[in-house]
Design a protein. Structure first.
Length: 641
């Protein structure tokens, strides 16, 4: 490893941003904001909520797939995954398999029903399937989840980058949060989709830049891999079935499939993007493109983490006192590697905040959609399109301000990757259970929906709170300190005088005794939260539904039910599949919709041309009026010279 430049663990000092870095960082924010204002100006004459919230429902799968990829592969992933490799090793890599299961659930179970119902928010489904109250409950749970999640996404990266690069904490929070809120509010869904596409490119460039430079510094990736392997960072064989194991093969593949299934299949921020596609097939293609895309970002982030560990293998920056938390490891690594090239650290920060921008813009747009569609319009059904669009824009602004105000809460949540995924399991997964209850089990009624969802929320909040208080300790791979430069003075204190016990030591985290009683429950891996939450909703929901009077499957609207076994086992003979439909009549359930669609097609085509017709008509009227006025004025001059 070259030491000509003097790295942080050798000098005891962290590198900071140059002027060029700040310029590149600001330029990235400016480009994203420009895209938002471009679409605001381009579509300024069209006051249509469908255009603002769903981009007119005619988007190509390419930008939609990039937006789906960017929305939850945020700065949390970019900071958290390399730190995961550093602290715990390569076991986390197995999570890539779970993406296939989650995409399948979204593309073939949940999204087709939402798309064919031609709804704006997935919570409209709950109103049709259960009741208006269940719909409102789902909207409120989603809103709470997204506001907290956006706060984590905004605060976590800002804090990490502030600690390492010297960039202003509240300057970053306010500038990024404000600009993102503004371009989302004025540009709508089109702005979100195209800025997300730009931001995915930025994320990949940032990851590639640090990976390439890191490999050069370490003399090749194979050397970094060997160092990580020698120090217990490379292992893939934890197949223990114990749900208390933080990252076992089963938790990462099965448990995580339901976690990401709740994100892609029943989270409005993702569903709304799928609904903006021109056809269901394009929506499904956009979702499936995410499988290789998610794995590409996972692999790049993991490789960066391996190289980062090799770089700091002889001196842990946290124990050495350079940084305070694992989420700051990646920014420190970048500043050590790339600060000698002006502008490249700025590009990295732009990459990190591109992930933040994409997540917040997606969240704000979806919150505006559910507030208008599920809360305001049911109370005020005769809103004009212009008024509804303006309300959506104002709502996005208000939620942006709330998100900025809640960033303090996010500072108390610890590891940002685990905190974010735990949030999806605790709050988001009960919603996956609720939609599953409605779509797969035709006997479920609204009493069961209430009971199952609320019970699941209470139990998962109890487990999550218990885990936060007791803080179960997971095994961490050993770290070494023998390469740190202890002959330094920091703040007037000689480090070697206070850290002599760490010199040349190899450290591992202390493991507590095996948990028992309630501690056993609190030690449940956060990756099993989603599966547990969904199971509670379905079991309690069905029990209460049968007690209070189940629905008759033969009388239910078949468009609201997913023929699960027809989708999962299409190769079975009809005799075997028919009883598995439980009396629901799926044959011809979309015929009336297709007939209506064919009748409405000429009207829809004409509606698309209305703005052009009106503009041409306005010009024609203006010309005729001008000519008519000139004639009358000339006549009046003759009569009254």
């Amino acid at each position: 490893m070259s030491s000509d430049r003097g790295f942080s663990f050798q000098t005891g000092e962290k590198n900071t941003f140059s002027v060029v870095d700040y310029v590149l960082f600001g330029l990235t924010l400016a480009i994203s904001t420009f895209i938002g204002f471009f679409y605001a100006i381009k579509d300024r004459k069209v006051t249509d909520t469908k255009l603002f919230l769903l981009a007119g429902g005619k988007m190509n799968f390419a930008p939609v797939s990039m937006s789906l990829l960017a929305s939850f592969m945020s700065a949390i992933t970019l900071l958290g995954t390399p730190a995961e490799m550093y602290n715990y090793g390569t076991m986390y890599w197995w999570i890539g398999l779970s993406y296939a299961g989650s995409v399948f659930l979204a593309a073939h179970i949940y999204v087709p029903i939402f798309y064919r119902l031609r709804i704006t928010t997935c919570y409209e489904y709950l109103g049709k399937r259960f009741s208006r109250g269940v719909r409102l409950m789902g909207t409120c749970i989603f809103s709470l989840q997204m506001i907290i999640y956006m706060s984590i996404v905004l605060y976590g990266p800002s804090l990490a980058l502030n600690a390492v690069t010297g960039i202003s904490l509240w300057g970053a929070i306010v500038s990024v949060g404000s600009l993102c809120t503004i371009y989302t509010a004025v540009g709508g869904m089109k702005a979100v989709l195209w800025t997300d596409t730009f931001q995915v490119v930025m994320m990949i460039i940032g990851l590639m830049a640090t990976l390439i430079q890191g490999c050069i510094e370490m003399g090749g990736f194979s050397n970094a891999w060997e160092i990580a392997k020698r120090n217990e960072r490379v292992y893939f064989d934890d197949f223990r079935p114990d749900p208390g194991v933080r990252h076992s093969f089963w938790a990462l593949t099965v448990g995580s499939a339901f976690l990401w299934g709740s994100v892609y299949g029943t989270n409005q921020a993702q569903v709304q993007r799928a609904l903006s596609c021109g056809s269901l097939k394009q929506a499904q293609i956009a979702l499936w493109i995410n499988f290789p895309g998610l794995n590409a970002i996972l692999i790049l982030s993991s490789l960066v983490g391996i190289v980062m560990y090799a770089f700091y293998s002889t001196c842990d920056p946290i124990k050495f006192g350079l940084i305070m938390a694992s989420d700051q490891l990646y920014p420190l690594f970048v500043m050590d590697l790339l600060s000698h090239v002006p502008g490249v650290p700025g590009l990295f920060v732009a990459c990190i905040f591109s992930g933040t921008l994409s997540t917040i813009s997606s969240g704000l747009n979806s919150l505006a959609a559910v507030t208008l569609t599920d809360i305001i319009r049911p109370k005020v059904p005769d809103l004009s399109e212009k008024t509804a669009t303006n309300i959506s824009k104002i709502t996005a602004l208000v939620y942006g301000v709330i998100c900025l105000g809640l960033t303090y809460v996010a500072s108390k949540l610890g590891n940002i990757l685990q905190a974010a995924l735990s949030l999806f399991g605790i709050v988001g997964a009960p919603m996956l259970g609720l939609f599953t209850l409605g779509m797969v089990f035709p006997w479920a009624n609204y009493q069961g929906a209430y009971a199952g969802t609320l019970t699941s929320l209470v139990v998962m909040l109890w487990i999550g709170t218990g885990a936060y208080i007791t803080k179960p300790v997971a095994w961490k791979a050993p770290i070494s300190m023998h390469g740190c430069n202890w002959n330094l003075t920091r703040d007037g204190t000689v480090l070697s005088n206070i850290n002599t016990t760490l010199l040349n030591a190899t450290l591992t985290d202390t493991i507590k005794s095996p948990p028992d009683g309630l501690d056993r429950l609190y030690s449940l891996s956060y990756l099993w939260y989603s599966c547990t939450a969904m199971a509670i909703v379905v079991i309690i929901g069905l029990i209460v539904s049968f007690i209070t009077g189940r629905q008759d499957p033969t009388k239910i609207d078949a468009r609201l039910i997913c023929p699960l076994f027809d989708i999962v086992f299409p190769f079975l003979p009809e005799k075997a599949r028919k009883p598995l439909r439980f009396g629901v009549k799926h044959e011809g359930k979309y015929d009336a919709d297709e007939e209506m669609k064919s009748k409405q097609k000429p009207l829809l085509e004409m509606a698309d041309k209305v703005p052009e017709i009106l503009n041409e008509r306005d010009i024609e009227i203006t010309v005729h009026a001008s000519v008519d006025y000139s004639k009358r004025r000339n006549q009046s001059k003759k009569c009254f010279p």
